[in-house]
Design a protein around this ligand. Structure first.
Ligand SMILES: C[S@@+](CC[C@H](N)C(=O)[O-])C[C@H]1O[C@@H](n2cnc3c(N)ncnc32)[C@H](O)[C@@H]1O
Length: 238
């Protein structure tokens, strides 16, 4: 087992989470409650966010032991261990177990690699056959706000439709083009992505794809719904 490594994607995730938390600071209540995170990885991106937002506390979970060890070291180097904690285990088993006040915001760059089975380069990144299993699980977990990565090839239409059915609006998002990295360029995965795109379950180009970090919320004070804009921003073709 190794630790997830994709510098551009992690930077996009960290920058976007920071901007969205800042933009909706008053409505999201994260200064009082903190936030929880599914999937710490090496923690560098969010550790920098925690350092730049002194009121932010993050309780994070990762199923990968090497990731947790690397993350704790990176967090310590950045001097934010008191406000960014990492626990080994499945987010869905543990996030509600603290016994403290409820947290209404979850952040995540979730596993979204689509493949027929988890036998891929890093099995912890498997997102199910369509790539969006963990995203759908997050949306069904009952948080008021989900700030998470939506990949263009992981059935974003189903993700956005499910979010709408559950009462979420897409308040805002930041989209970025990414080159295929070591996980998505594995031949088994690339072939599967092509099949999904052919079936109308996503979009991808020959060299890359799009990832948007989107803020899904049920908080009435956060206005607007950019769901259609989000889907348009993810449309690429082979
Ligand atoms: C795409 S990586 C993102 C890592 C980091 N947030 C970043 O953007 O650099 C997804 C991470 O989620 C972890 N993960 C997968 N399933 C999980 C689960 N059920 N609970 C907690 N972490 C999980 C993986 O081990 C991996 O480190």
């Amino acid at each position: 087992m190794t630790c997830f490594s994709s510098a551009d994607e992690s930077a996009h995730y960290g920058f976007s989470v920071c901007m969205l938390l800042e933009q909706y600071r008053a409505q999201l209540r994260w200064e009082e409650e903190g936030v929880v995170e599914l999937g710490t990885g090496d923690a560098t991106a969010i550790a920098d966010v925690v350092r730049s937002l002194p009121a932010l506390r993050v309780r994070s979970f990762d199923i990968s032991r090497p990731s947790v060890e690397t993350a704790r070291a990176n967090i310590a180097v950045r001097g934010v261990s008191d406000r960014y904690t990492v626990e080994l285990g499945d987010f869905f088993d543990q996030a509600d177990s603290a016994g403290g006040p409820p947290v209404s915001t979850v952040i995540s760059n979730p596993p979204y690699i689509p493949a027929p089975d988890p036998d891929i380069r890093m099995p912890e990144l498997w997102g199910g056959v369509h790539g969006n299993d963990l995203m759908l699980q997050l949306l069904k977990a009952g948080y008021d706000t989900v700030i998470a990565a939506v990949a263009s090839y992981s059935d974003p239409v189903e993700t956005v439709r499910t979010a709408g059915d559950l009462g979420y609006r897409v308040a805002n998002f930041l989209a970025m083009g990414l080159d295929y990295g070591p996980y998505s360029s594995e031949p088994k995965v690339r072939d599967h992505i092509r099949r999904l795109c052919d079936e109308g379950r996503g979009w991808a180009g020959d060299d890359g794809y799009m990832v948007a970090i989107a803020l899904f919320t049920r908080i009435a004070d956060v206005p607007g719904n950019r769901a259609d804009q989000l889907l348009r921003s993810l449309q690429l073709s082979c």
